[in-house]
Every structure is written in structure tokens, then in C-alpha cells.
Ligand binder design. Sequence first.
Ligand SMILES: *Cc1c(COP(=O)(O)O)cnc(C)c1O
Length: 366
Amino acid sequence: MKRVYNFSAGPAVLPEEVLEQAAREMMSYGDSGMSVMEMSHRSAVYEGILNEAIADLRDLMGISDEYEVMFIQGGASTQFAMIPMNLMGKNGKADFINSGQWSKKAIAQAKAYGDVKVIASSEDKTFSYIPSWDSAEFRSDADYFYICSNNTIYGTRFTELPETGNVPLVADMSSCILSEPCDVNRYGLIFAGAQKNIGPAGVTVVIMRKSLITDSKEENSTVLKGTPIMLQYKTHADNNSMYNTPPTYGIYICGLVFKWLKKNGGLTAMAAVNQEKASILYEYLDESKMFHPTVSGADRSLMNVPFVTGDKDLDAKFVKEASAAGFVNLKGHRSVGGMRASIYNAMPTEGVKALVEFMKNFEAHQ
Ligand SMILES: *Cc1c(COP(=O)(O)O)cnc(C)c1O
């Protein structure tokens, strides 16, 4: 079976080299005589896999010793609860920018734990832009300030960060982590579900400033009373993500992806390729008479590119024909309609070029 060009928003395409290596190592990882899936997470071999994955991620993103790197389960959505549960025990307040459905869900969840202020929102125009913010609205006693860096559904991204002073900035980077260099020091906490731009579903990467990780048993802890042990960052930090059985195989694949990224020039090289891929697609969309991008200007995501024809039947015809031609998962999210091409790190430039050729041809023959 020939492989397709998979434009899924997530779970998403992975580098072929990584899949091939995983296949080679399926029956026996190294000389262990077993698959990584069958290994005790407490074995020296597996600990090596985990520690190497952490070290490679630190290296790729330039993560200093002031930060903890954790692999947690429950998807990015569990972080919507873990973040307030672990940070809101100080003043019980958090500020948010509402730039899409994922930040909206994070806001709804945080409201269960404290006083939430929405500083700015782009909901008025189906989240088709990043709202501007007035820093005079920021609360200096907020326990954290929350953004979603790249809005997977709407295809927008932050190109500037709010200046939050001493208030830790928390970012959901699920769909843009590792797509370009990132100054980790600007953040208190970064999290990302792996299934967009890292690896398989089931692993969430959390990068957290160590000083924000407090012990619920101590008086000045910011962890809310009653927070389950499994939902406390301290539990995962103290146990090198091995308090209980971590998602062992998923972490192994993430580790292979980190090595693939390092081998291919790291995040600077990745950013250049991602810029190129996105501009090939946006340039065509900007000139097409049939396909229209739903986001304009600087807020355009490099990872998720939504577009529409304005005609539902034509959209459906395009998605069907594209799929038959080997360009799959192009149907847009139901809240935007039309199409969406997700072009994460593992989508080769040839895939984007081939898609644009297909679109040009489709447009010419209607
Ligand atoms: C997909 C996604 C989520 C939700 O991830 P789950 O792992 O399914 O919980 C959250 N935030 C963003 C930005 C996403 O793209």
C-alpha cells in the first residue's frame, strides 16, 4: 500500500524514518529480545529510553535546569484542570486570552477552581484572528496568565507574547511545539499533547519552571486542597515521570522524533522548512479564485491552514476527490467548515507542493 499525504490535525503524520525504525525495532529493541511495548518501565533499558528522550528535548528546545520536563497522561485536556489545581492555590485568580475552542475549554475548566478573567477574545469573528490585548487589564496578582499559542482549529498563532511581568505565562503549544525555536525562559509552563507535532496520542509533554512546583503538604503550596496525587506536578517531577507506569511506547516514539529533529538541523532548520511549506500554500490560496484562506495577515498559523470555497457542495467534492488522489484528512473542523491542511514538521515540502498542484488542477477543471 502506497502511503498517502496525511493532512490530519491530529493524530497526525509522523516522519517515515521514525516509523521505519520503530518497525525494525518492533520484535527486539537493541539486544533486549523484546519490543519496547513489552518492557518493564523500571528496567535499565527503558530508563535509558526515557532519559534520552528528556535530554534530547532539553537539547532541542534549550531547556535550562530551572525547568522540569515531564511526560504526563490524559491528553492536553487534562492540563486544563491540572494547571488551575496546581497554581490557583495562591490567589485563586488567572487571566486568559480566548483565541479559540481550546482556550475556551481551558477557561471553562479553570472557572471550576477560581476567578477567571478573559483579557481579550476573538470569538466575535469565529476566532479568525488573534485578539489584541490591553496590558492595563492584566491582574498583577493573577496566579498565571494563559494563552493557546497556535489555534489548531482556526489556523491562527501568536507572533508576540503578552508581557506578564512576574505572573507566569502558561502556554498550550499542542499544535506548534518544536515547529520553530522557542524561548522557554519566557514561560512558567508549556504543555503539548504529543499527537499533533511530536508523536502518538497518549503522551503530554509538560515543561514547567521548577519554582512553580510546590508540595501540597507545605503551607505555602499553590496546589489546591484535595488535588489527587496523580494530578500534582510534584508527583511527576519527583519521580522522573515514573510515579506510575508512563505511556512507555509513546514516549519511545517521541524520543525517536526528537532524534529525527536533531539529525535534521533542529528547530531553526524546522522553522525554515515550515515557513516555506506554509508560504507555498498561502501564496496559492491568496491568488486562487476558488479557494479562500479564512485567516489573513500575520496571525496565520504555520501548522494549520484552513480554507473554504464558499460552496458546501464544492468543498465536499474537493475533499472527496483529493482523498481519492491520496491527499487525505483535508475536511475542515465543523466549526469553520471547508477544508484544513495541517502541515506539521513531518509533512514533507513535496506533500504541500503536490497538494497545491492538485488544487490548481481542480480549480482549472470546474
Ligand atoms: C488537540 C488539542 C488539544 C486537545 O488535546 P487532547 O490531547 O485531545 O486533550 C488541546 N489544545 C490544542 C491546541 C490542541 O490542538
